[in-house]
Design a protein around this ligand. Sequence first.
Ligand code: VGL
Ligand code: ZN
Length: 182
Amino acid sequence: MKALLIVDVQNDFCPGGTLAVPDGEKVVPVINSLMDRFSVIIASKDWHPKSSKHFLKWPVHCLQDTYGAAFYPQLDDEKIQFVFLKGTEGEDDGYSAFEATNNDLESFLKAKQVDDLYVCGLATDYCVLASALDAKKKGFHVLVIEDAVRGVEVTKGDVERAKEEMKHKGIVFIHSNEVPLE
Ligand code: VGL
Ligand code: ZN
């Protein structure tokens, strides 16, 4: 079985948001167009409390139950079967979807007999990176959809370095048009 993991396609990571990823909203039509190819579709949300150590490193973003933490309006979110919330405590960054506190992503995927995890969303050099590496470590075959991810690139070269690290660890990069139909 394969599954689509949509990482953090939230208002604060899109234009106008407090931690906008350059061209972040461009992943949305690509992700929407892929949903028909998956029977398991899940998402993560960055879901921070007002006070968090995370905000010593980052502008305040994705506060729980705010517009900034909502999915980008054009995302077809009714097709998402479960939303994993991460970064929910004051002490943790929660970059990886496997650190979600409202459900266990690994058990969820194993219960659905998922072997191939297709990853898309934001941001390539943080939460996509951390989620893909964790998935690989847990034994999933991980494929990142290269035209359905964008990075923050705090330092020039971060996105390229993130991609190299993922490839080095055996994570596969594919174009959305290469995703099998079912
Ligand atoms: C993210 C920075 C801070 C992400 C989350 O979703 O990639 N990046 N919090
Ligand atoms: Zn965050």
